[in-house]
Design a protein around this ligand. Structure first.
Ligand code: PNS
Length: 171
């Protein structure tokens, strides 16, 4: 069985992430979408909220599972029996960081291959941080995130008066 892990912060999941998940699910028997538990970051959504939003976004895909992990990605992937790590690339600017991570991961475990998938053109500009910024300022995020995420973002920024962002590097 060919298993791939698609890791990320997913704070929150966007339509760009979903596009990658759907396309990866056509190539693997099982795709595990894995939310990183990272105590050093201050995300907008808790791990549980991010997992919930992902679960509702992928419920139409029978071979996609959502999970969370801490520690090294390659260790987690190995425990899941995965042979591939899927990463999405939006633009050349993503490349340097992703190339570094893929190289480190290959050094840590040469049996796990990193596969890069180009984001569809319509989502090339999209990131979780852009979505959070637009939502926090009252802009329209319809079509950028799944419906459930749109609802939760509105709720979150209603709660916080529109200025709670979370810290991430832009995915
Ligand atoms: O969505 P993000 O924040 O770009 O995802 C980053 C992620 C989760 C893929 C990356 O931070 C990661 O793999 N973290 C796990 C720790 C790890 O394995 N580090 C070594 C690789 S450099």
């Amino acid at each position: 069985m060919a298993i791939a892990v698609y890791p990320g912060s997913f704070d929150p999941v966007t339509c760009g992430h979903l596009d990658i998940i759907e396309r990866a699910s056509r190539m693997f028997d099982l795709v595990i979408v894995a939310v990183l538990r990272n105590p050093s970051k201050k995300p907008l959504f808790t791990v549980e909220e991010r997992v919930d939003m992902l679960q509702s976004a992928v419920c139409h895909l029978s071979n996609v599972r959502v999970d969370h992990f801490g520690g090294l990605l390659v260790d987690y992937a190995r425990r899941q029996g995965a042979t591939a790590i899927i990463k999405g690339l939006r633009a050349v600017s993503d490349f340097e960081y992703e190339f570094q991570m893929a190289s480190v991961n290959r050094k840590l475990d040469p049996t796990i291959e990193t596969l890069f998938m180009m984001t569809s053109n319509e989502y090339a500009f999209l990131s979780s941080s852009v979505v959070k910024e637009v939502a926090s300022l009252g802009g329209c995020i319809q079509g950028l995130v799944p419906g459930e995420v749109e609802k939760r973002l509105r709720g979150k920024f209603r709660e916080t008066g529109g200025n709670k962002f979370g810290q991430d590097k832009g995915n």
